[in-house]
Ligand binder design. Structure first.
Ligand code: NI
Length: 169
């Protein structure tokens, strides 16, 4: 089932999410819904708070559905390593219509549980490394907009507030 994606300004997006205690059938259904919602959007990553669930789960597929092996689910993920640097433009399904250049690590290693509860460790570079950091941010209540400073941030937040006031957000 495709779930509605919440937008910047919703409380659940701006608060840390809680660890998952047990991968129950309900959690697996949530994961399946998140995958369906991510592909439908379309996007390359989606975190549970974006569908209103304050739990530490995200799904990602940097091939956007072209390569089934690229689909990843992480439950209770933690960084094992982060290194290097990259600056690329990124967006977010919860901040539609806006993009900005964000500084990220160029290499990240993430460990956590897969959909079936198995422990997994995934090493990422390039786009996937950036995606991991972006999705991990979501689990801590941080959006890419929060990394911006000065005029760039003021502009984006101002435009979002204006859209909100006219009921278009
Ligand atoms: Ni996002």
């Amino acid at each position: 089932m495709i779930r509605p994606i919440l937008r910047y300004g919703e409380d659940v997006l701006h608060q840390p999410a809680a660890a998952v205690a047990d991968i129950t059938p309900e959690i697996q259904q949530l994961i399946d819904d998140m995958i369906e919602t991510m592909y439908a959007a379309p996007g390359i990553g989606l975190a549970a708070p974006q569908v209103g669930v304050a739990l530490r789960i995200f799904v990602a597929d940097v091939s956007a559905g072209r390569n089934p092996a690229d689909l990843l689910t992480f439950v209770n993920p933690e960084f094992v390593e982060r290194g290097g640097a990259q600056r690329e433009e990124e967006g977010c399904l919860s901040v539609p219509g806006f993009n900005a250049t964000v500084a990220r690590s160029s290499r990240t290693v993430l460990k956590g549980l897969a959909r079936d509860g198995r422990e997994q460790v995934v090493e990422a570079t390039g786009l996937l490394a950036r995606c991991f950091e972006h999705e991990m941010d979501h689990l801590d209540g941080t959006l890419f907009v929060d990394h911006l400073r000065g005029l760039q941030k003021t502009l984006i937040v101002g435009k979002i507030r204006k859209l909100g006031r006219s009921g278009k957000w």
